[in-house]
Design a protein around this ligand. Structure first.
Ligand SMILES: [Zn+2]
Length: 405
């Protein structure tokens, strides 16, 4: 999708005076193919989600790629994605060079953009303080994609939404457009006129593929054929917004939207269009069906698996849901540590807004950057099963009068 940053920023500046400073700070990468005729090697970033800020030849068969953020200050998530190929098969060395910190994401490689595998650790040498990562790659005419994580971008979200919306109890809708004009779509799973709602969101932060893998497995459980899932869908409506930051995902941003703003710090003043439209969509649902939200989950990724929750004394409806849910999850997976960090955050994160504005149990559900992908699916599936069971086990709490059942 094409868009004109200057126009977007100008429009935004007119609509939201006071946000102009942040807007001017995003640096767009040059989308190009860096050609090195000496060895007939090519390195490019002309595909969605790619990011390299600069590239140069160091020596024969040796190249340096600079990894820079979209703007600063920024939480450290140094995303990179590029493709590399050559006219003749050859071995090359590519140095990822970080000036804003250190190498975080272990390289994944793919030749079709769909199937990814970890680059063998023996092909990676770290520089001082991990400010450099030296990759040894065997390349040829076939383009090799190298990225910080397996790439789950807007195209994959589109396909996922399309496949799920074929189910009779799933509806797809467009919630609105991002600043760059990209659609932000949602799914509604289950009884659309029900008064008992669950809200699931993800990808406020572009590189966080493992959070998306968690969301996919969680939602798979909700749309499954088990008796539990069927009962849950009769009783509950789940609103799912899998990607809140499609522009950041497309641009290969480390963290921010096109205004250079961390969306998960915007859930108090709602200055950014992406956060505002999701808030409005949730509130509209509550007004229209006079329903209430029973659970709010925001999927992310960080260095380890963790549930960021509120503290146990916080008043939610249903009461004490999160401690019960996570304790049953721990019982379900005795060999897995359910890592809980409970705090009263002052940050303008989605979890804090949900707790404050919806009065519901809310959690930021993070999967580790390097957590085994099969384990992510297994744990997220278990978390969904336990959540459905617990929500259905509390019938006295549930107001069914407008559910249309
Ligand atoms: Zn995040």
């Amino acid at each position: 999708m094409r868009f004109q940053p200057a126009k977007v920023i100008l429009l935004f500046a007119l609509a939201f005076p006071g946000s102009v400073d942040a807007a001017t700070h995003v640096t767009f990468q040059k989308r190009t193919v860096y050609a090195f005729p000496q060895e007939q090697v090519y390195i490019g970033n002309k595909f969605p989600g790619a990011r390299i800020s600069a590239c140069r030849r160091l020596d024969e068969g040796k190249y340096e790629i600079r990894i820079l953020p979209e703007n600063r200050p920024i939480n450290f998530s140094p995303w990179y994605a590029f493709e590399i190929w050559s006219d003749q098969p050859r071995d090359v060395r590519v140095t990822l060079s970080y000036s804003d910190g250190f190498h975080r994401y272990k390289p994944k490689v793919s030749t079709d953009g769909k199937h990814w595998k970890r680059l063998d650790p023996t092909q990676i040498t770290m520089g001082p303080f991990r400010s450099l990562a030296d990759l040894r790659l065997r390349i040829g005419r076939e383009r090799l994609r190298v990225a910080g994580q397996e790439m789950i971008g807007n195209q994959q979200f589109h396909a996922w939404l399309g496949a799920l919306s074929k189910k009779p109890f799933v509806a797809r809708e467009n919630v609105g457009k991002s600043l760059g004009g990209r659609p932000i779509d949602a799914l509604t799973v289950g009884n659309p006129t029900g008064t008992n709602a669950v809200v699931i969101i993800s990808r406020q932060h572009p590189p966080e593929s493992t959070g998306t893998l968690g969301l996919f497995a969680f939602v798979d459980a909700l749309v499954g054929e088990s008796d539990l899932a069927r009962k849950f869908r009769e009783r509950f409506t789940t609103l799912i917004v899998p990607c809140l930051n499609p522009d950041g995902v497309h641009e290969g941003h480390w963290r921010h939207n096109l205004n250079g703003v961390d969306l998960n710090r915007d859930w108090k003043h709602f200055v950014q269009p992406e956060t505002r439209m999701i808030r409005d969509r949730i509130l509209k649902m509550l007004r229209k069906t006079r329903s209430r939200v029973f659970l709010f989950i925001d999927f992310h990724s960080t260095h380890r698996d963790v549930f960021y929750t509120g503290t146990e004394d916080e008043k939610t409806f249903p009461p004490r849901f999160i401690p019960q849910w996570l304790s049953s999850l721990q019982k379900r997976f005795p060999d897995y540590h359910v890592n809980i960090v409970a705090n009263k955050t002052t940050l303008a994160v989605s979890k804090a807004w949900a707790l404050e504005a919806l009065g519901c149990p809310a959690v930021t559900y993070e999967f580790g950057d390097h957590t085994d992908r099969k384990l992510i699916s297994r744990i997220a599936d278990g978390a969904a099963q336990e959540a459905m069971q617990l929500l259905l086990d509390a019938p006295a709490l549930i107001n069914d009068e407008n559910s249309g059942e």
